[in-house]
Write a protein that binds this ligand. Structure first.
Ligand code: ATP
Ligand code: MG
Length: 331
């Protein structure tokens, strides 16, 4: 469940405080209106994401909170601060990185962060192989993230090896970093729901340091279809009605197989990108002029497994609808 704690917090405890006024991050006294427009642009991108209502609501709350505390401060009223470190729980492809990136941009525009960059790391980026190595690696990542968000994917893997594992040391460095850079760094720990809950259980001290917990549920078939349409529209493609029905069939099958492994929206992106390549292959040898409609429409056959030419090996992605023909990047 979504848990947000607001209310007066001790500033020494990794909390953002509204001490930094909105304008501080803006170059050369840029008019406030331009800043506002950029905040609205980020919010519009967030709104365009399919589903994720609790996530959107939390971000709206945080935005409102920050703005109102800044205005209160402007009026000489007491302004509360809040801890902005977060836990994202969800399966692969549920939008965690995308939302974190948007948050970085939003918090920059709101004056909570100075840069707003997202540094995504995993265990291997933080944990070293000998004594002292871990502290060095983890500090380097923290440094890169100052002014923005340090996003730790599969964070529970830091607790993997028990007491003697260097992962513990990485956790200690991170906790210290949260304290040292409390005014200008947000830490997000992400991972599968069950693993993250276990991680917090065995590290009870961490729970209170990450008061905002967000769930990224698996997408339903209609949501996955809507995501496909958004992705196609961004690329100026359209699904032909028969192709839409075929895509729905493919997605139903995948969802039945289990979300944890199918990659949710990432799977949709892979299917779409592959269909675009197959459409190109279908059109490229046509002798006559291609119409605008032909160039835009994804047909049912673009979603189906192609007959591979003799001698071409079945390899590459494990996408539904069959593997692609030796394209490298199917992400
Ligand atoms: N709600 C959504 N609406 C539209 N597109 C989405 C949505 N969620 C995810 N996507 C798209 O799906 C792809 C995968 O999303 P993202 O990388 O944010 O997922 P993730 O949860 O970080 O996955 P992983 O755990 O594999 O890193 C991206 O291209 C993203 O733009
Ligand atoms: Mg990700």
């Amino acid at each position: 469940m979504l848990r947000v704690k607001f209310g007066p917090q001790n500033n020494k405890n990794n909390s953002w405080s509204p001490a930094r006024p909105l304008q501080n991050n803006r170059a050369g006294g840029e008019p406030e209106q331009a800043g506002r427009r950029r905040v609205e642009a980020v919010m519009a991108e967030l709104d365009k994401m399919v589903g994720l209502e609790p996530v959107k609501n939390l971000i709206k709350e945080l935005r409102a909170f920050v703005e109102i505390q800044q205005r209160r401060r402007g009026e000489g009223l007491a302004a509360s601060s809040t801890v902005m470190h977060m836990i994202f729980k969800g399966n692969p492809g549920t939008g965690k990185s995308t939302v974190a990136r948007l948050m970085g941009r939003l918090f920059k525009e709101l004056g909570v962060l100075t840069q707003g960059q997202l540094i995504e790391v995993e265990r291997a980026d933080l944990v070293g192989e000998y004594i002292g190595h871990t502290a060095h690696k983890a500090r380097e990542q923290l440094k890169k993230a100052i002014g923005g968000i340090l996003f730790i994917d599969e964070a529970y893997s830091l607790a993997r090896g028990g007491e003697k594992d260097f992962g513990r040391e990485a956790i200690d460095v991170l906790v210290k970093g949260m304290e040292d850079y409390r005014d200008n760094l947000i830490l997000i720990l992400a991972g599968y729901r069950e693993e993250m809950e276990y991680f917090l259980e065995i590290n009870p001290g961490l729970r209170s340091r990450f008061p905002i917990q967000l769930e990224f549920p698996d997408y339903t078939v209609p949501e996955l279809l809507a995501i496909a349409r958004v992705m196609l529209a961004e690329r100026q493609y359209v699904l032909a009605p028969e192709a839409a029905a075929e895509l729905e069939k493919i997605l139903r099958r995948e969802v039945l197989l289990g979300h944890r492994y199918n990659g949710n929206a990432r799977m949709v992106r892979n299917i779409i990108e592959r269909a675009i390549r197959r459409q190109a292959l279908r059109l490229v040898n046509k002798k006559r002029n291609l119409s605008r409609r032909e160039l835009m429409y994804i047909e049912k056959e673009d979603l189906l497994r192609p007959d591979l030419p003799a001698g071409v090996k079945d390899e590459g992605s494990e996408l539904p609808g069959g593997p692609s023909v030796c394209y490298n990047n199917t992400r």
